[in-house]
Design a protein around this ligand. Structure first.
Ligand code: NDP
Length: 253
């Protein structure tokens, strides 16, 4: 234990989609900062591999965030088996690349269920418990799609924009109980998801790099370190912010 305000010693973080990509990097950064981390996701093999990589401070619960009825039970199980949840990161996500005119109701439904409904209900469940303890931090993972219009991702954009609004609404309701609610808006970061979105689309990649002053994709740990800051005592007066971690993409010309 140290008094370093940038550390998370003794805290427990629940990270959805923590078995891969940004969720795994956020979990790694949390463990390095002294936290225990419980990761969730649908693929148990992926979760097991991730926990082996993260070490003894990590555990997992197989869970599909679209299974909304199971959310209160899942949070209760984590708190009983380990300890109260101090940090929730709503990171689990999927990507559908289609023009809006080709996006059907099932696509939209799946996108909203994963990004918005899951995050809303998990935040409500954890937020209620955190508020009773007068301590906690919730982080939403947004996207550049919540900052400006990007073609071929209308359903994803709708879901991420809803999460942006939810971040602000939860921040005003929960911050009086010392539960801070913030969001990270990642730019384009090297993961399976971004590889899938950019595969066979060099024009899109060029466009992204062209508007990113740092002229490269980010690394998953860039998002991890930002999450550590937002959840640490160093950010104790920070709530309701949308922090772009994007190499400047959101302000690039
Ligand atoms: P990955 O595809 O690597 O990770 C997504 C994770 O979410 C997986 O671990 C997956 O696990 C999990 N997941 C998906 N659906 C569900 C579900 N229904 N229930 C539980 N877990 C689920 O992508 P990224 O790491 O890139 O994406 C993570 C987040 O970051 C997403 O919200 C994404 O929108 C966002 N983002 C990513 C950017 C990038 O450039 N990479 C840019 C901006 C935002 P499993 O399949 O086992 O369930």
């Amino acid at each position: 234990m140290t008094n370093d305000p940038f550390r998370l010693d003794g805290q427990l973080a629940l990270v959805t989609g923590g078995g891969s990509g940004l969720g795994l990097a956020i979990s790694q950064a949390f463990v390095t900062a002294g936290a225990k981390v419980i990761i969730t996701g649908r693929r148990e093999d992926r979760l097991k591999q991730a926990v082996a990589q993260l070490g003894p401070a990590a555990g997992y619960v197989p869970h599909d965030v679209t299974d909304l009825d199971s959310i209160p039970g899942m949070v209760a199980l984590v708190e009983e088996r380990w300890q109260p949840v101090d940090i929730l990161v709503n990171n689990a996500g999927i990507h559908i690349k289609k023009l809006a005119v080709d996006t059907d109701a099932a696509d939209l439904q799946q996108m909203m269920q994963t990004h918005l409904f899951g995050a809303f209900q998990l935040s409500r469940e954890c937020g209620r418990r955190m508020a009773a303890r007068q301590r906690g931090s919730i982080v939403m993972i947004l996207s550049m799609a919540a900052m400006f219009g990007i073609p071929q991702v209308a359903a994803y954009t709708a879901a991420k924009s809803a999460l942006l609004g939810l971040t602000r609404a939860l921040a005003v309701e929960l911050s009086p109980q010392n539960v801070r609610v913030n969001a990270i808006a990642p730019g384009w970061i090297e993961t399976d998801m971004s590889r899938g979105a950019l595969e066979n689309d060099p024009a899109r990649e060029q466009k992204i790099l062209g508007r990113t002053p740092m002229n490269r994709l980010g690394e998953p740990l860039d998002i991890g370190y930002a999450a550590v800051f937002l959840c640490s005592p160093a950010a104790k007066f920070v709530t309701g912010v949308i922090l772009p971690v994007d190499g400047g993409a959101s302000i690039g010309f």
